[in-house]
Design a protein around this ligand. Structure first.
Ligand code: NAD
Ligand code: WQD
Length: 334
């Protein structure tokens, strides 16, 4: 029985495929390559020495997806596929609603047709909005998403909740990721977005490799110990391992469960920059700039539910995250 991984050649999906293959799972990837490259499939094979099936397919293309379900005995799906750029979503809301929400509904319809009713969904800490940290899964959400991307995650969570109520055969797991950074330990898989990055670590990577002159730190007058915003950064390899725990659980579950995937520890922007410089022995020039619209001051999770119920805890340190991010970008640019 196989696990279908939509978006499996993307940043988080590719590292998750490595962990799935290393855990002995059969993997089928469906990705339209809109934000990833086919060469990722070779890199996954190189790291794991294992084979898997890859389909260049859009999850909204029902005929293509139906074909995949007909060819493989799929027992569960990890659904990563979607658009994820917060700022782009503000100027292209329809594309985001169509791809993320339309794509999820199309996938669920094909899963239902194929009688595959177990799904793990990539949600985001963004759904917590301006709640008071530490964020826990039982908090009320939905009052204040600040961009269409975040709204797609919120709506998809609702849709999956309604689906789980409609039929007890559905087992749905919502994973709320905090801030994934770092790269696969091999240095072959990581995050290097197209265009000028808006996320912190990809931007630091560009400065460290001389592609951009300096980092702008958005705001140093927040009410935090050093004045910069605080986030719960999680190593992508830890995050990927969390999906193994989730798949093991979703196989036999009925209904819906929500889990935070984060470390539970917050670090400031300055902590990240200083740690990156220290562990990699490299300068990252920066200057303070005005606050960025829509940024929450402090975000970190309560990770105890994931530990208690699916046995997930993180292992990597901030040093590991910064070292692996640089290792990846150095390899890519050499
Ligand atoms: P990514 O862009 O690297 O990966 C997404 C993959 O999905 C890409 O390979 C892309 O080609 C593919 N894709 C997009 N639309 C598709 C479609 N319609 N059909 C088939 N494939 C499609 O992003 P990522 O960082 O790996 O994120 C994976 C998931 O996790 C996304 O759903 C994202 O919203 C969510 N998430 C990411 C973060 C983060 O900071 N990276 C945080 C929280 C949640
Ligand atoms: C982190 C901190 C910035 C860039 C976003 C999405 C969220 C999730 C993760 C998908 C903030 C500061 C950043 C820069 C900076 N993605 N920063 N200079 O905003 O916490 O979350 O990515 O679901 O939904 O909103 O992450 O990496 O953009 O920013 O000072 O050039 O770094 O202000 O404090 P964020 P980020």
């Amino acid at each position: 029985m196989a696990v279908l991984v939509t978006g499996g050649t993307g940043y988080i999906g590719s590292v998750t495929c490595v962990k799935l293959l290393q855990a002995g799972e059969e993997v089928v990837i469906a990705d339209n390559l809109s934000n990833s490259d086919i060469s990722v499939t070779d890199r996954i094979k190189k790291i794991t020495g294992k084979n898997f099936s890859f389909y260049k397919a859009d999850v909204r293309d029902k005929a293509a997806m139906r074909d995949i379900f007909a060819k493989h005995k799929i027992e569960a799906c990890i659904h990563f596929a979607g658009l994820k750029a917060v700022y782009e979503s503000i100027s292209k809301p329809l594309e985001y609603y169509d791809n993320n929400i339309g794509g999820t509904i199309a996938l669920l319809e094909i899963m239902k047709e194929a009688n595959v009713k177990k799904i793990v969904f990539s949600s985001s800490a963004t759904v917590y909005g301006n709640n008071e940290p530490p964020f826990s899964e039982d908090m009320e959400i939905g009052l204040e998403t600040t961009n269409p991307y975040g709204t797609t995650k919120l709506f998809i969570e609702k849709i999956l909740g309604d689906l789980a109520i409609s039929d007890p055969e559905w087992g749905v797991m919502l994973l709320r990721y905090f801030n994934p950074i770092g790269a696969d330990e091999s240095g072959l898989l990581g995050d290097d977005p197209n265009g000028i990055p808006t996320n912190l670590m990809p931007y630091i990577q560009r400065v460290a490799t001389g592609k951009l002159p300096k980092l702008f730190i958005y705001g140093n007058d927040y009410e935090t110990p050093d004045g910069t915003c605080i986030r719960d950064y999680i190593h992508v390899a830890d995050l990927a391992r969390g999906h193994i725990n989730a798949v093991y659980r979703v196989r036999t579950m009925s209904g819906i469960d929500i889990y935070n995937l984060g470390t539970g520890t917050g670090y400031s922007v300055l902590d990240i920059v200083k740690t990156f410089m220290k562990v990699n022995d490299i300068d990252v020039p920066f200057e303070y700039a005005p606050r960025r619209d829509g940024d929450v001051v402090t975000s970190f999770c309560d990770p105890t539910k994931a530990k208690r119920e699916i046995g997930f805890t993180t292992e990597k340190t901030l040093d590991d995250m910064c070292r692996d991010s640089y290792n990846f970008i150095k390899k890519l640019t050499n």
